[in-house]
Design a protein around this ligand. Structure first.
Ligand code: ZN
Length: 284
């Protein structure tokens, strides 16, 4: 299933994409695509529905129907840094002996095609296409062998980053990672039955039609199952938590000389099988 949330920001309703690419309303079955609606038994119930019998939502994302972030009420938005060896190299940093973990504030979360705002005072706003993992069944001390049973689905994430705030302003990376609109999620939450191997997905990003990133999750240093197990040693993972698993090479900071986003530009990015995001860049 390609699950989604549609409607105005803050008032999204749950939906699902049908075989023709139209949006069907799920609000007769769940109140939101969030929390307990992401548990395995709840997703199995949705999987039994005849999608073509669900109410058709007028309009399409191509015709202006807004898609919201594909998960609601996210409790934790956890990110992994330097998880592709070639991206670590372009950043001038070593592949870390254990995963680098940082956070994005949940107020950064926005819809997949919402405008991305360059924060005031920013001169180094950058892009990062990533595979997002959404937790279904929560847990603590999850064994790597059991980890994939905790996945509700996958989505595209743009880990938008302000490099000066991140690296040159003292302290952790978080100041440059959690600004408002720095976390587009979606368009869809794709259930694992449609993603047989999350470690063989191509992912790419373009700025104004120019290809900047072109990678594969096959070159991740720490794969999804390991990351779930690893993170669950430090925190309990809960339904609706989002893990963004790192970015392949081609970020603006890695260009020689570096290039950063300007208001008026457009980002397009996608992960194989998980859909495409399109964001206009604006000044906050
Ligand atoms: Zn990232």
């Amino acid at each position: 299933m390609k699950l989604l949330r549609y409607g105005p920001a803050g008032q999204e309703k749950p939906g699902v994409l049908d075989a023709q690419g139209r949006v069907r309303d799920l609000s007769g079955h769940i109140t939101d695509l969030a929390g307990s609606a992401l548990l395995p038994e709840a997703l199995a119930r949705l999987g039994q529905l005849n999608i073509d019998s669900l109410p058709l939502v007028p309009g399409t994302p191509q015709q202006g129907l807004r898609l919201g972030p594909c998960v609601g009420a996210v409790g934790k938005f956890i990110c992994i840094g330097l998880n592709y060896s070639d991206h670590a190299a372009e950043s001038g940093m070593a592949v870390p002996p254990e995963p680098v973990v940082f956070n994005k504030w949940t107020s950064a979360i926005c819809g997949p095609d919402d405008d991305v705002q360059i924060p005031r005072g920013s001169v180094k706003t950058d892009w990062e296409v990533e595979l997002g993992v959404v937790i279904g069944q929560g847990g603590r001390y999850i064994a790597e062998a059991d980890a994939m049973r905790h996945v509700a689905g996958y989505c595209v994430v743009n880990d938008v980053s302000e490099r000066e705030f991140q690296i040159e302003r003292s302290g952790t990376w978080d100041k440059g990672k959690g600004c408002d609109t720095f976390g587009p999620l979606g368009p869809w939450l794709v259930t694992p039955d449609e993603v047989p191997d999350p470690q063989h997905l191509s992912l790419w990003l373009e700025v104004d039609g120019q290809r900047k990133q072109d990678g594969s999750t096959a070159t991740m240093v720490y794969p999804v199952a390991f990351l779930i197990s690893y993170l669950s040693r430090f925190m309990s993972l809960q339904s609706g938590d989002v893990i963004s698993t790192g970015t392949p090479p081609g970020v603006g900071m890695g260009h020689k000389p570096p290039v950063y986003l300007r208001a008026g530009q457009t980002m397009r990015l996608g992960v194989q099988g998980l859909g495409v995001q399109t964001q206009r860049v604006v000044q906050a």
